[in-house]
Write a protein that binds this ligand. Structure first.
Ligand code: G6P
Length: 368
């Protein structure tokens, strides 16, 4: 086991730091100049373009990855994209039709709820697409078509490198589906350029390890942590909070910043730490006003912003800032989750908990 961990103390730590490499293998052979080639979807692209709805279905981190990719798929395809947590879809027996494309996202390809939802969608006649890290898994075998994320084996129970590779695969899927539209060509090409550079940017962000360890030290005794995000980074808020709760065993909630006034604001005081994700995209000015409102209530803020924007989000040192490099807006969730993965990792080690096998959790939940 020690050999497999290399120079790292834990698998989660290794898998976080492996991401420049895992993202490279995810994209390998799939980017050609200014276009994306996904062999597993090729013959089905026309059917997907003509579907009346795309439904993303998954659990846990895989669901969050789909949520991160949703806005870009909506934008490039023009097709309504809805989100389903597998168990909830089954509880409701929600309507699924022949004209739907159901995209199942699962690292293991063996999650019981996701597989049951797949049976259900197949029965209802939808085109079923699988996005998984596991070649030969039940999900890979039972879907009509799909894309392997090729992130390499993930051992830590808390998913890290699979999350970022899932987002990249679903972004590439959006690019392939939208490939027939001239009107978005410039947008697609800019995104593909950003994809080529993404592993380098992730490598740069991983240098912030020490900074995130310091932040973890300042949060070690907290009982609770809120994370606010919106737009592309609503998913980052959910996933960052999920990491903290599942490994550091600290209560943590990811929240949609647009909902702040409708309840969460009541929690804000001088002691509760709040992370606000405010990197530069079309939601930036709205996030600036969220920060102002939180500061007016003396909130204890940690703001994640784009490099060079510290003075725009935090005046006179009133909050702690995490600066990250800016990439294409739809890929920013891949960059923004890295500091939060590092934070969750260090918090866990400092609090003395089991990083790779958090209590009560399993890597793959294969029973209902
Ligand atoms: C479990 C794991 C999570 C994972 C979820 C979905 O809860 O602990 O890390 O995100 O299952 O797993 P899947 O293999 O379907 O992505």
């Amino acid at each position: 086991e020690q050999i497999k961990k290399g120079n790292y103390e834990h698998f989660m730590q290794k898998e976080i730091h492996e991401q420049p490499h895992s993202l490279t293998t995810t994209m390998r052979g799939r980017l050609r100049d200014k276009s994306v080639i996904l062999g597993g979807l090729k013959v089905h692209l026309k059917t997907i373009r003509h579907s009346r709805r795309v439904i993303f279905i998954g659990c846990g981190t895989s669901y969050n990855a789909a949520l991160a990719a949703r806005p870009f798929l909506e934008e490039l395809s023009g097709i309504p994209v809805t989100m389903e947590i597998a168990s909830d879809l089954l509880d409701r027996q929600g309507p699924i039709y022949r004209e739907d494309t159901a995209v199942f996202v699962s690292q293991s390809g063996e999650t019981a709820d996701t597989l049951l939802a797949l049976e259900y969608a197949l029965k209802n006649g939808a085109l079923c697409v699988g996005i998984t890290n596991t070649v030969g898994s039940t999900l890979a075998r039972k879907t009509h078509c799909g894309v392997h994320i090729n992130a390499g084996c993930e051992i830590g129970v808390a998913s890290t490198k699979a999350y970022t590779s899932q987002i990249v695969v679903m972004t590439m899927m959006a690019l392939a589906i939208g490939d027939d539209k001239i009107s978005t060509q410039a947008r697609r090409e800019a995104t593909i350029d950003s994809l080529y550079n993404l592993p380098n940017v992730v490598r740069e962000v991983l240098q912030r390890d020490g900074e995130m360890k310091d932040l973890a030290k300042s949060l070690i005794d907290e009982e609770s942590l809120l994370v606010f995000g919106r737009g592309y980074n609503y998913a980052t808020a959910l996933e960052g909070a999920l990491k903290v709760k599942e490994v550091a065993l600290m209560h943590s909630e990811g929240m949609l910043a647009g909902e702040m006034k409708h309840g969460p604001l009541a929690l804000v005081d001088e002691s509760l730490p709040i992370i606000v994700i405010a990197t530069n995209d079309s939601c930036f000015s709205k996030q600036q006003s969220v920060i102002q409102q939180l500061r007016a209530r003396k909130g204890r803020l940690i703001v994640m912003c784009s490099e060079g924007d510290a003075s725009l989000v935090c005046h006179s040192g009133s909050c702690r800032v995490i600066e990250v490099p800016q990439v294409a807006d739809c890929l920013q969730p891949v960059v923004n989750i890295i500091p939060l993965q590092l934070l969750a990792y260090h918090l866990t080690v400092l609090r003395g908990y089991n990083v790779d096998q958090p209590r009560n959790l399993a890597k793959s939940v294969t029973t209902l």
